[in-house]
Design a protein around this ligand. Structure first.
Ligand code: ZN
Length: 181
């Protein structure tokens, strides 16, 4: 950040009094511009036991498979975000069930939240950010071609819970070791 969105003045990185982290502070009007993590929301969509995956038509991870998910917008609830992302990426209408997994990804300043959901009808097709949409049985999941570690983690927890016939909420954090999401 170089300029203040309030007044257009120059911004400098300094630690304000009573704070313990450097912030972008406007040298003209004094506004402190806080940068905080972004929430990525998505869902594990089920239809007759199979899971809806989308093959990405955008970077990063072009061509790899993911769950429908994306950045939450201002003014919407997390559930609405999950529903909207599924409609945008897979042109699918879903009913959102319980929150299933919350995964912190501190090295990219993101938190990923996944709901369980079910398709309302067997109708889906690729949206703008998707090359291909398909339903996968557990044994057919393309594990080596999953775009994000958070999605792998979420799917593994889902199948494990489903096998045990009891879903519960999972909280995790991705270690920064790989530098991947
Ligand atoms: Zn300013």
């Amino acid at each position: 950040m170089n300029f203040c969105s309030q007044c257009g003045g120059a911004v400098s990185l300094t630690t304000p009094p009573d704070d313990n982290l450097p912030r972008h502070v406007c040298t003209a009007c004094g506004t402190i511009h806080y940068l905080n993590p972004k929430l990525v929301v998505g869902c594990i969509v089920e239809w007759e036991g199979r899971i809806l995956l989308c093959r990405r038509s955008i970077e990063p991870r072009y061509g790899l498979w993911t769950l429908p998910a994306g950045f939450m917008e201002n003014g919407e609830t997390a559930r609405e975000a999950a529903q909207r992302e599924t409609l945008e990426e897979a042109r699918a209408h879903v009913e959102i069930d319980d929150a299933f997994a919350l995964i912190s990804v501190p090295h990219v300043n993101q938190v990923h939240l996944f709901y369980r959901a079910r398709l309302l009808e067997a109708s889906f097709s690729p949206g703008l950010e998707t090359l291909e949409t398909a339903l996968f049985a557990e044994e057919a999941i393309p594990w080596r071609e999953i775009a994000f570690q958070t999605v792998t983690l979420c799917l593994r927890a889902f199948f494990s819970d489903r096998a045990a016939r009891e879903f519960h909420f999972h909280e995790a954090a991705l270690p920064p070791v790989s530098g991947r999401i």
